[in-house]
Write a protein of this length. Sequence first.
Length: 413
Amino acid sequence: MTRTRRSTARRRCAALAIAALLAVLCRAADIGAAALDDPRTPHDAPHGVAGMLARAEARLTPYFAAQAIPYPPPAAAFVALKEEGRLELWAQTDAGWRFVRSYLIRATSGRLGPKLREGDRQVPEGVYRISALNPNSRYHLSMRLDYPNAFDRARAADEGRSRLGGDIMIHGDRVSIGCIAVGDVAVEELYALASRLGPEGVRVVVSPLDLRRVAPEAAIERAGAASPWLGELYGSIARALAEFPLPADAAPAAGPPRAARATARCRTGDVKDCARRCGRGDVASCTRAGFLYADPSRPGADGELAWAFFRQACAAGDPAGCAELARRLVADDGPRRDVARGAALAGASCDAGDVHGCAVLGRVCAERLVYAGERSACTEERVARAALVQQAACGGWCESGIFEAAAPAAAAP
C-alpha cells in the first residue's frame, strides 16, 4: 500500500471511529453486540410462541438446577436496579428468596427518580405486580406492570397531578420510553416463567439504585428529585429489597485507574510468579494473573480468583485491570453486574489510554445502557476522547472491520 493510500485509510478510519462513537450519544447502535450476545428469536420459529417459550425454559432451568431450586418455583421476583442496569431473578423457596441469575437492562430513558406523569419518559420506581402478558408485543414479548399502583395514585392525588401514564412494560428489544428493555432472549425466559406462575405469582421491585448498598437518603440526593414523599418511597423499596440479600463479594469494585499502564514484570504464562509479584506491588502482574486464572483452558483456572486479581489491579490503579473489570461488570449474569460502575471504570481506563477500556465504554454508550446526565460516562467529551484513543490502534482494528461495521449506525438519521 502506498503512503498516500495508508494516510487516506487512517483518516477514513479515524473519521468513522469518531462519528460512530459520537452517534451513541443520541441513538442506540449495535457496536459490540457480539460481546453482549442477544440473538433474536422470531415469533414464526417452529411451533410459534409455545416453541419459543419451551426453548427459553430449556435455557433457564439449568440456572435453577445449579442452585438446587425446583422449577417452576412457587413464586418469583424481578428486581430491577435502574442505575446498575441489572434485572435480578429471584425464586421463592422454603428457605426464603434465592438468587437465580441477572439480566442486562439494555435501554434506559429519563433519569433516576420516580415516574410522575404521562410523557416524562421516566421508569417508575416502587413495588409492583405483573398485570398482563402480551405475546404479540412490538418489542417481541412484554409484561405490563400495574403502574400506577396505590402509592403512585395517592401521591398524585395529594399533589393534584393527573394523567400519570401507564402501559409500563418489561419487554424485549433495546429501546425504552419509560419501560424496562431487557432484550429478546432475556424477556423470553422471564415471560416463560411468568406464564408458568401466572401474573399473580411474580413480584416486581424497581429501585433507582441498589438500596441494599446505598442508604435511601443518598439515593434521594443522587436522584435529584424534590418530591417530599421520596423518602417514604425509597424507604419502602429498601425494606422490600431486604428480602433479597446479596453475598458480600458482590460489592462494587473500588478505585479508578490512577497511573499510566505498566508492563507486567512476571514471567509470561507463570501464574504463580504473577501472583507473587502482584503481592509485592506490581499491579500489572495482578492484571496478568487475573487473565491467567480466567483462562478456562489452563490447569487451576479459577474464576473467583480472576475477579479478585482484577479488583486488586484496578484498585491499585492499573488501567488494563480496570478495563477488564469493567467488561466483566457489564457482562456478568450474577449479582456483580453493574453497568454504571462498569461504565465509570471503562471511562477512567480509557482516559488513562487503555484502548480496551475505550472499547467497553463504546459498547455501553452505543446500547444506551447508562442513564444520561452529569453522572453519565457517555458525555460527548469523553466519547470523543475514546475515539481518539481507538484511532491510535486503528491500523489493526480497521482491518478487522470494526469501524466499518459501525459506519451505518453513525450515518443513520
